[in-house]
Design a protein around this ligand. Structure first.
Ligand SMILES: [Ca+2]
Ligand SMILES: [Ca+2]
Length: 272
């Protein structure tokens, strides 16, 4: 239930975190917009926990806010999946997938390894899938305990067509549910371009000079505070060097976002 869409972290260097795709399964229709499902057993589809498990199972399988995505077991071969919309990891330097899950242990892992929940990733529109995780990776856990799963998607940064699939493959296994799906990433910032720019003096009390060594043309400059709020903007008509007055800003750390004809430059500045 993270509400923060874009936040800036200042930890030595500079990075920006962005929420890329999120799903809490609180809507009115299943699957949620852009998601797809398939099942080989019509009576055992993926669905809202409130529908799949009715009154009795809801207590066990709801994870967050009374509604999650779940699937029920049956004593026959099951193969059913729930697949996310496509999202892009272009421009990120790292990315993670996190979600919560409630999965029967005794009939999915041990002593009866009768089923698996696979988390898979595709980068080609769903033609091929690579397994990232199964519940066995969690080791020993209590039956139906809420598992907080975090998977590294960094190997897929730069891909423009990424999808995540939950695939339930089982026979006489156990039911399960998932919730709080979140893909987030760290935006990659071009050090190469950034290193050509100087902002000085830094710290500054009023005027900040912005210049560069390669005659790169500036088109726009804005300053955001550490919460991502824009506090000052300046339109620039293709100049290589400009001055910005930050005299009216409170003392503190700010991010200067410089748009140029060669790309975006981000600089950390300090107002005294
Ligand atoms: Ca939910
Ligand atoms: Ca298993």
């Amino acid at each position: 239930m993270k509400k923060l869409l874009l936040s800036f972290l200042l930890v030595g260097g500079l990075s920006a975190n962005a929420q890329i795709l999120t799903e809490t399964f609180q809507g009115t229709t299943f699957p949620p917009t852009g998601w797809t499902t398939e099942t080989n057993v019509a009576s055992r589809p993926w669905g809202f926990t409130t529908v799949i498990f009715n009154a009795s199972g809801q207590t066990t399988f709801n994870i967050t806010d009374g509604k999650s995505a779940g699937i029920g077991w049956i004593a026959q071969d099951q193969d059913a999946h729930l697949t996310s919309p496509s999202f892009s990891l272009v421009g990120y330097s790292s990315a993670t997938l996190t979600f919560n899950a409630k999965i029967g242990y005794e009939y999915m892992v041990a002593p009866f390894a009768n089923g698996n929940l696979f988390v898979k990733v595709s980068t080609d529109g769903g033609s091929t899938w690579t397994t990232l995780w199964t519940e066995e990776a969690e080791g020993v856990y209590v039956d139906y305990a809420t598992l907080a799963v975090e998977l590294d998607l960094t190997p897929y940064v730069g891909q423009s067509n990424v999808q995540i699939r939950y695939q339930y493959v089982a026979n006489d296994a156990d039911s399960l549910s998932i919730d709080d799906f979140l893909v987030d990433g760290t935006l990659g910032i071009s050090d190469f371009l950034s290193n050509k720019f100087s902002t000085y003096p830094n710290p500054a009390t009023s005027l900040v000079n912005i210049s560069n060594t390669s005659n790169i043309l500036l088109t726009n400059v804005n300053i955001t505070d550490i919460n991502g709020r824009i506090v000052k903007t300046m339109k620039v008509n293709n100049l290589t060097e400009v001055q910005m007055n930050i005299g009216e800003l409170n003392s503190g750390v700010y991010i200067m976002n410089i748009d140029t004809d060669s790309g975006k430059v981000v600089k950390k500045i300090i107002k005294n």
